[in-house]
Design a protein around this ligand. Structure first.
Ligand SMILES: Nc1ncnc2c1ncn2[C@@H]1O[C@H](COP(=O)(O)OP(=O)(O)OP(=O)(O)O)[C@@H](O)[C@H]1O
Length: 551
């Protein structure tokens, strides 16, 4: 569980950030030059609400925007009896009334819940959480669960390893599958049907399988067929047969495989209620464009023509977008797909309409001028607070040896080393093994089985150093990972943040060391500036990490 900060700093745009997460350099810059701190406030840890964070006016504004949209949709103007989008007499979902209600309710959402029972989850799910060893929700879970349960489309942004997966799984399992809320007559209505209720998309097989395991953990052994994985690399016809036989309510997969099976007419998602895009900024990249287009167009889309336009087309679907790094392009996309979506961060919920390109979203881009401190602050939100960052200069031919000395100096037990090219990656594994360090390679050229076997070995401690590429940078959750090493530089600060986030998960300690050549040091300095974190130079001498003081 993440420790709650004892003191928070309230920024001008309403963000509260643990003071421990502010590096000295940034604290100085913000405190002296930008004047963005209003004051030191809120020394107690009482629950935060939207109104306490000053977002009421934003909501009022959004409600007005919603009302405008609703008028265009010509939806019956009546107060709903239930919170879920109901079906009107004309068979069209009563979008307006429900949305207005949920916006009012969200203001009293608990943002610092002390237990999962405060979040409005059904008893059976609470029991399973307890059995699985989850007792206290993380901050982002406290903010996201009630927000999604109220029926909102959301963009969830919070730093790596802060528990974003459960933040969206819990509301889904509250409404889908055998653990869901009981109906008014007290009976659980779960019955298998042909239609899928929730589609979760992830950019890699490993992440897809990891999400499936997290769902299975909560479902328990008897109900684990309620979820099915549809990842690439596995036998497609077997997946299609399993869909037919098991009739899962939830599918988790990679864009290519989901789109493929959907196009073949074997995946019935028209009445799907949840679409989750995990690592949304990656999913919206060029690589996945075509498949994502199909998924976004088909999942939860009503059949037949709809004269009401794009919003009504997907009125049945709740779209949940998740990442530690949310560039403004994602906000823009989310505005067009979601209906009045909200941005959910730890201890904060705000309408996407209120987010501007220079606002408190995680825009990791080169910055300048008055925006820079705000953006730096936003960039910081993608990195776990307890991480320590260093860089070490080494000649190309000495990089692997430097890695080995680094591992020994820090006495790291579970290390992920990132490289950019497969051939060099294999060479590095060879060199490490030759020097008696148990290492393994993980990259896209390996088959699905080899990839999962390697990962299993790494997780159970048989492999000390996993040498990998960008494939493992996103979402991979190995709690024991205590060191991340960049043997090649990441392409930008977003990639740095995701790589770094493989360690220091859920409040644990972690170290990130970037080993670079002398002419590359300027890139590290740039990363340091963009991310707003100190990445001091270090060397490994006498079996120790020694920080080099800069002039
Ligand atoms: N409330 C909780 N209590 C204890 N452990 C938790 C809780 N929530 C999540 N975890 C565990 O914390 C780890 C990190 O969670 P998760 O993978 O969801 O992080 P994330 O924010 O999605 O990270 P990333 O951005 O890297 O994908 C997982 O092992 C998960 O099981």
């Amino acid at each position: 569980m993440l420790a709650l900060p004892s003191t928070r700093l309230l920024l001008l745009f309403g963000e509260s950030l643990p003071s421990s997460r502010l590096p000295n350099v940034s604290r100085k810059v913000w405190g002296q030059t930008s004047g963005r701190f209003v004051s030191q406030v809120n020394p107690d840890n009482g629950p935060l609400t939207l109104s306490s964070l000053g977002f009421k006016s934003d909501f009022d504004k959004t409600n007005k925007i919603k009302a405008d949209k609703i008028e265009r949709l010509d939806v019956p103007n009546e107060e709903p009896k239930s919170k879920v989008r109901g079906v009107g007499s004309n068979g069209i979902k009563t979008v307006k009334a429900v949305r207005v209600k949920k916006s009012l309710e969200i203001e009293s959402a608990p943002f610092s819940a002390k237990s999962f029972s405060e979040l409005g989850l059904p008893p059976m799910l609470l029991e399973r959480l307890d059995t699985a060893g989850f007792t206290v929700p993380t901050d982002v879970q406290s903010a996201a669960v009630p927000t999604i349960l109220k029926g909102h489309d959301v963009v969830i942004q919070s730093y790596t390893g802060s528990g974003k997966t459960l933040a969206y799984l819990l509301p889904i399992l509250s409404e889908v599958g055998p653990l869901k809320k009981k109906s008014a007559n007290g009976e659980s209505e779960f019955e298998k049907k042909k239609e899928i209720d929730a589609v979760i998309v992830a950019p890699s097989r490993e992440l897809g399988m990891q999400i499936v395991r997290e769902v299975e953990k909560l479902l328990g052994p008897t109900d684990k067929k309620v979820v099915q994985q549809l990842v690439g690399g596995a036998n497609r016809s077997r997946q299609e047969e399993a869909l037919k036989k098991n009739k899962p309510a939830i599918v988790v997969g990679t864009p290519g495989r989901i789109a493929e099976i959907s196009a073949a007419g074997k995946l019935h998602t028209h009445s799907c209620r949840f679409l989750v895009l995990d690592e949304v900024d990656e999913l919206l990249s060029f690589n996945f464009q075509e498949d994502m287009h199909r998924i976004l167009e088909h999942v939860g889309r009503r059949t037949g023509s709809d004269p009401r336009g794009s919003i009504a087309k997907w009125a049945a679907r709740r779209t949940i977008m998740v990442s530690a790094t949310v560039p403004f392009s994602v906000i823009r996309a989310a505005r067009s797909w979601g209906s009045d979506p909200l941005l959910v961060q730890a201890k904060k919920v705000m309408p996407l309409e209120a987010v501007s390109p220079s606002g408190p979203v995680n825009i990791l881009k080169p910055t300048s001028g008055s925006d820079s401190s705000m953006r730096t602050q936003a960039a910081l939100q993608s990195l776990p607070p307890a991480l320590k960052h260093y860089h070490c200069v080494a000649k190309l031919q000495h990089k692997v040896d430097t890695l080995r000395r680094c591992v020994h100096a820090l006495d790291a037990k579970c290390v992920i080393a990132f490289m950019n090219h497969t051939k060099q990656l294999k060479d590095a594994v060879f060199k490490l093994e030759a020097r008696g360090m148990v290492a393994a390679e993980l990259h896209g050229d390996l088959g699905k089985l080899a990839r999962s076997t390697t990962l299993k070995k790494f997780k159970n401690g048989e492999v000390r150093v996993l040498v990998t590429n960008e494939l493992s940078a996103r979402g991979l959750d190995v709690a024991e990972c205590d060191l991340v090493v960049n043997l090649d530089l990441p392409t930008d600060s977003i990639h740095y943040a995701h790589r770094a986030g493989r360690t220091g998960r859920l409040g644990r300690k972690g170290t990130v060391v970037t080993i670079c050549e002398e002419p590359e040091v300027f890139v590290v300095k740039k990363l340091q500036k963009q991310l707003g974190i100190p990445i001091p130079a270090c060397e490994f001498t006498e079996g120790k990490l020694n920080v080099i003081k800069e002039d």
